[in-house]
Design a protein around this ligand. Structure first.
Ligand code: PEP
Length: 255
């Protein structure tokens, strides 16, 4: 059975006090209103992780993740945070390969392959992001882009490790723009990702893989997106900063 997940990416937003308050509001609403067994992950800035983990209660549906990590365990990498440090702080997930990391921090597929290895070695779950730019969508190369992002960064993993990944399809043109991929556009790529994984590994692994959609997902469009057969939830940016909106998106998986 595929795990359904909604993950919030706070990006570089929220001071510590506001972050703790938002997390607690989300936690209360989830406890009161969410009926299904979907996973809920909050990925705040690094400095919030430890405080949010400490506020988790037994049977909490929530888990805490990071937005990035360095590929080495330790060393002279000023300003960086390693997967082993995230694990020591209680994080359970790490977003790897977000398009903003690829664009503003020049993260290549080769670097992302090393980051995936580091995350898995430290028993954290990677939420691995792939997706095409508007130019690539318009020139028709988006299937090739998705294929090479997957193959170059993740297909070196053995079957057991690959099966631990959560994949997030995030068309770059839909992130933070208010433009959402239509349910049909998103479904087409999710099915394609599953096909590539079945060809590389096997169809059981592909069928069990959780594939999230990300890109201007909101309480209005979430139900239709999540109703697609190959969409298993969402990676949510802007709307994850408002507890009401975020929890309404989580509840869209109840239906
Ligand atoms: C994201 O940054 O992963 C994202 C999906 O952002 P937004 O929901 O704001 O488009």
């Amino acid at each position: 059975m595929r795990k359904k997940i909604v993950a919030g990416n706070w990006k570089m937003n929220m001071g510590l006090k506001e972050g703790i308050a938002l997390f607690s509001e989300i936690s209360e609403l989830v406890k009161a209103e969410v009926k299904g067994d979907q996973g809920v992950i909050v990925c705040p800035p690094f400095i919030h992780i430890s405080s949010l983990v400490q506020s988790l209660t037994v049977n909490d549906k929530l888990a805490v993740g990071a937005q990035n990590c360095h590929q080495s365990d330790s060393g002279a990498f000023t300003g960086e945070v390693s997967a082993s440090m995230l694990s020591s702080a209680g994080a359970a997930y790490v977003i790897i390969g977000h398009s903003e990391r690829r664009l503003y921090f020049s993260e290549s597929n080769e670097t992302l392959a090393q980051k995936l290895d580091a995350v898995l070695k430290n028993n954290l779950i990677p939420i691995f992001c792939i997706g095409e730019t508007l130019e690539q969508r318009n020139d028709g190369s988006y299937f090739d882009v998705i294929k090479s992002q997957l193959a170059e960064a993740a297909f070196h993993l053995n079957e057991a490790d690959f099966s631990k990944l959560v994949i997030a399809y995030e068309p770059v043109w839909a992130i933070g723009t208010g433009l959402t991929a239509s349910p049909e556009q998103a479904q087409e790529i999710h099915a394609y990702i599953r096909k590539l994984v079945a060809e590389k590994y096997n169809s059981n692994l592909a069928n069990d893989l959780t594939i999230l959609y990300g890109g201007s997902c909101n309480p209005k469009n979430a139900s239709e997106l999540f109703a697609q057969p190959d969409i298993d939830g969402g990676l949510i940016g802007g709307a994850s900063l408002k507890a009401r909106d975020f929890v309404d998106i989580i509840k869209a998986l109840d239906r």
